[in-house]
Design a protein around this ligand. Sequence first.
Ligand SMILES: [Fe+2]
Length: 268
Amino acid sequence: MENISKFDPPNFGWLQVKLSKNEMDFLWESIENKGEVWNSSLAGNIACSNLIDDKDNWFFNNVLRNLMEIYSNEYPQIWSIHNQFAGVRHPLTLDTWWVNYQKKGEFNPIHHHTGKFSFVIFMKIPTEYEDQKNLPHAKGSNSDCISNFEFQYISTLGDMMPFNYRMGKWSEGMLLLFPSQLMHCVYPFYDCDEDRITISGNLTYNTSISLPVEEVEKAAEAQQKKEELSQQKKEWGDIPVETLKSYKKPKIEKVKLKQKPLKKGIFE
Ligand SMILES: [Fe+2]
């Protein structure tokens, strides 16, 4: 035998980032000035959710724009999924974002978002997974759901695969950016009277703004080059360098997270 290769077919993952103190301060201030009640537009079985405002587009310009760029570089194929109608002339902008105050027993059922990219930010997590798992009704269970955030996606076998984030103080200040179609849910926590505070939002094309044709053509050309570079070759056993570059890193992070909760953000 020779040239044995293992294949992990490409899929669309997500970005995990630890926000800086400055960025967190901005978010806490935005939450203080929260706007209208937003519950009726959300899947969450959560009593209190409010829209918030991105003052002077600060969070979009300093954080979200960069993360979308990084995502598009890591997963260039997302562009052809997002841009189903060739030659979209509208910029991706922050459509809506809101704050959730989740109380014990409340939950967010499996759902996806509207938009192209979405994100969640863990502001305050008053419980530790290890303590929640020790509660009488969870202790004997063979699942690790209680109090956690979970992505779900289809495997090559056609099954729904869970990817579970074990919630605790370690996750405060963490942002996850993901394609809006990616299914996810939040399981309830118990035995704690403090609120769990998270922010979520959606980024989508702003159709009230039309970009110049030349700008769109230039961006499309650059994107096509990225896609060509990362396209998998058809020959069996031949792993293209670009594929390894794009997908190997997230896979390693996933193994770390599965075995035990990650204590620090990957960009710290
Ligand atoms: Fe969500």
